[in-house]
Design a protein around this ligand. Structure first.
Ligand code: MN
Length: 716
């Protein structure tokens, strides 16, 4: 069992200026907070934080990290708050403890390998400070050492998670011994039979192996000395899990593994590394293709060493690693070796960036230096958020991603039909930014389809492209349908002749349809070619709402005589035939359209009301509009001379008949002297008047407005 004085003594040995008193206080604080709690083993709970702090001290971590080890479970498991921690131990330690608490809430369930990679990244993103991750590794290492007290099923879950997530993270950070110990522990708990067999076989051969090890250590040591090189030679057994893995991977028996013992030569400087290599190669014949120079080209996690394999005595294959003392401590402790306590280097906030950079670099486990550099530049780590689906799958998304990005990441169809999302169980807006660890549930409806406004709410190219493509496809279909109708009207039952195609420079009838539908070939030009004067107006029934827009300049409504023009990206734009923005000349290029109302679709149009001034006049008129099942989109007041006020409304109606009902009912209001439709209202969307209109709508017609509002919410 670890004791606090052993920990403080160890910290004092490598960091003489460390605040030992603060470490002691953290111990008392944690012991007090965990008082009465026991571990599954029956031991007092405080033994766990003590063991974690001990591991951290053995890694030579700074005092804040060691203290975080002591406090790491207080916020999650006791009544202690983060504020308490900050009050007693400062903001830096509070941040580290908070990071630990957050990581503690993430659990890995998926069996999928590729999910494990995302999960590891998510942990890195959540940890923010690499020290949090090191505390987490120490925490998990101690939990693994005491896993035997856990129930079988829990052992399996924690063991799998350790093997998939934490051992690889220890490897990424270069803390090699933690990786190996974790792997051996997982192996012993999850495959106890295989583990015990292997342990037995090694035990049987241990004497022989030890003799070989000692003999070879001596031979190599002497050879190096003869060449005047000062070096330490250490033989060591491979760890059990790596032997087991090799047996599995190569389908071989234990007896077929020859490199159970590996040798390490530790020298004083870099040049000696290469000299020692020369000595080893002159002593034993090297195995071709096994030499690797990780000094000149370090591994992505920073590891440096020379690796070689030679054929030793009795054809014994021997692996040899050669490195300096410094490289050795990095190889064993990785990033922790860099995190040595620096005297006088008090704060760490200025180091945050350095940490992020280091983490980003460590994240890259690629052998390709070009890719490596590119990934560092992209700053992968800080640019991503990791969110969960309802089933627990993890999706990496760019920072700033929103719910629709997630829906489209799941599947294009899920995106297209998305009517809403729940984030962590609560309904959320499409504009909500996703955060690390959010769990997202997408609600879909077969009736839903993308809206142009969605583009504003997506960040990922995938979602943007999917939405744009949907509209493109819809437009293409609409163009073909419109073109088809026009062709049928102008040709009757005749087929499109070659002559017509040639004159209009189209390869086939499909191209002709699309180009007519898009308005690239004007209808009058088509009629010229086929020799007709006019055709019946085009019927717009059944055309999707997303593909037609009433022009804002003249606000036509169904039933009005309208002209249509296909505009790329917007679909069919409908203008009132008398719209002043269409000149006589241009109108030839527009399509004549017959526009009928469709249930549930509302269009904006303007109304002008003149009334005598009286109290409550505005209220009477707005209420009247509301009770005629229309809604006010905008409103303007104009004081005319004398006692007359002019009111301009932008209202939503289904069609002309509906508008007529609205006008009639306004006319019946006491004091109204004149009501007319005004096509050019010049109102649409001035913020001040909109706000007023909204207040009024809200006040007078909550019930029937809520119906149309709901439609809008779903569409937007
Ligand atoms: Mn813990």
């Amino acid at each position: 069992m670890s004791r606090i004085f052993e920990i403080t003594e160890r910290v004092a040995s490598y960091a003489p200026k460390a605040d030992i008193d603060l470490i002691n206080r953290a111990y008392v604080f944690a012991a007090h907070a965990h008082a009465g709690q026991t571990r599954v083993s029956g031991e007092p709970y405080i033994t766990h934080p003590l063991a974690v702090a001990d591991i951290l001290a053995s890694l030579g971590m700074d005092e804040s990290t060691v203290i975080t080890g002591l406090l790491h479970d207080t916020v999650e498991d006791t009544s202690v708050t983060l504020e308490d921690i900050e009050h007693h131990f400062g903001a830096d330690i509070a941040r580290l403890v908070d990071g630990m608490t957050k990581i503690g809430q993430i659990h890995f369930h998926s069996k999928e390998h590729k999910q494990a990679e995302n999960f590891r990244k998510m942990i890195l993103a959540t940890a923010k400070d690499i020290r949090v991750l090191i505390v987490k590794l120490a925490d998990r290492l101690h939990n693994m050492r005491t896993l035997g007290f856990m129930r079988e099923d829990k052992r399996r879950i924690i063991g799998e998670e350790t093997l998939q997530i934490y051992a690889p993270l220890a490897h990424r950070l270069g803390i090699h011994w933690i990786k190996q110990e974790m792997e051996d522990l997982v192996f012993s708990y999850l495959e106890p039979d295989a583990y015990n067999v292997l342990l037995g076989e090694i035990h049987d051969r241990l004497e022989g192996l030890n003799q070989t090890r000692e003999r070879l250590e001596g031979i190599i040591q002497q050879a190096l000395q003869r060449h005047g090189l000062d070096a330490k030679v250490q033989g060591r057994m491979k760890h059990l899990y790596s032997i087991h893995e090799k047996m599995q991977r190569k389908h071989i028996d234990f007896n077929e593994i020859f490199d159970l013992v590996a040798f390490r030569i530790i020298v004083n400087d870099l040049t000696t590394c290469y000299q020692a290599l020369g000595v080893v190669h002159s002593l034993y014949r090297p195995v071709p293709g096994r030499f690797k120079d990780y000094i000149a080209l370090p591994k992505p996690n920073g590891y440096q060493s020379l690796h070689t394999s030679v054929i030793g005595p009795e054809n014994f294959r021997i692996e040899v690693q050669i490195r300096t003392e410094e490289m050795h401590s990095y190889a064993e402790e990785g990033v922790a070796a860099h995190w040595v306590y620096k005297e006088g280097d008090g704060g760490d906030s200025q180091d945050t960036f350095k940490w992020l950079k280091q983490l980003t670099e460590l994240l890259q486990e690629t052998e390709n230096p070009g890719e490596f550099l590119e990934n560092v530049r992209l700053d992968l780590f800080v640019q991503e958020v990791y969110v969960f689906s309802r089933d627990g799958d993890i999706f990496p998304l760019p920072r700033g991603a929103r719910p629709l990005d997630f829906a489209y990441a799941v599947h294009t169809e899920v995106g297209h039909h998305c009517v809403g999302v729940r984030i962590n169980g609560e309904i959320a807006d499409f504009s909500t930014r996703l955060r690390n660890g959010d769990q997202i549930e997408v609600m879909t409806s077969p009736d839903q389809s993308p809206s142009r406004k969605w583009i504003k709410f997506v960040k990922t190219p995938r979602a943007k492209q999917a939405i744009r493509q949907w509209f493109k496809r819809q437009e293409r279909e609409a163009c073909i349908r419109i073109g088809e109708n026009i062709l049928r009207e102008s040709l009757g039952k005749k087929d499109v002749g070659k002559a017509v195609l040639e004159q209009l420079q189209c390869a086939d009838s499909d191209e002709l349809k699309i180009r007519i539908g898009r308005g690239e070939i004007a209808v009058h030009r088509l009629l010229e070619v086929v020799g007709r004067d006019s055709i019946l107006p085009l019927k717009l029934m059944g055309m999707k709402r997303t593909l037609m827009h009433a022009a804002e300049c003249c606000h036509p409504i169904p039933g009005d005589p309208v002209l249509g023009q296909f505009s790329s990206g917007e679909g069919m734009v409908l203008h009132h035939r008398k719209c002043p923005s269409i000149s006589e000349q241009e109108s030839k290029d527009f399509l004549e359209v017959e526009w009928e109302a469709q249930a549930g679709q509302l269009f904006k149009t303007g109304i002008e009301v003149r009334s005598r001034n009286r109290r409550g006049m505005l209220a009477s008129v707005t209420q009247c509009i509301a009770s005629a099942s229309s809604s006010i989109e905008d409103l303007k007041l104009k004081q005319r001379g004398g006692a007359v006020t002019e009111l301009l409304f932008l209202v939503e109606v289904e069609d002309r008949a509906h508008l007529a009902r609205v006008l009639r009912s306004i006319k019946a209001v006491d004091g109204v002297v004149r009501v007319v439709r005004r096509n050019q209202v010049g109102l649409s969307g001035k913020p001040e008047s909109r706000a007023l209109a909204e207040t009024l709508r809200d006040f007078f017609s909550r019930k029937q407005l809520s119906k149309s509002d709901k439609n809008k919410e779903i569409k937007s």
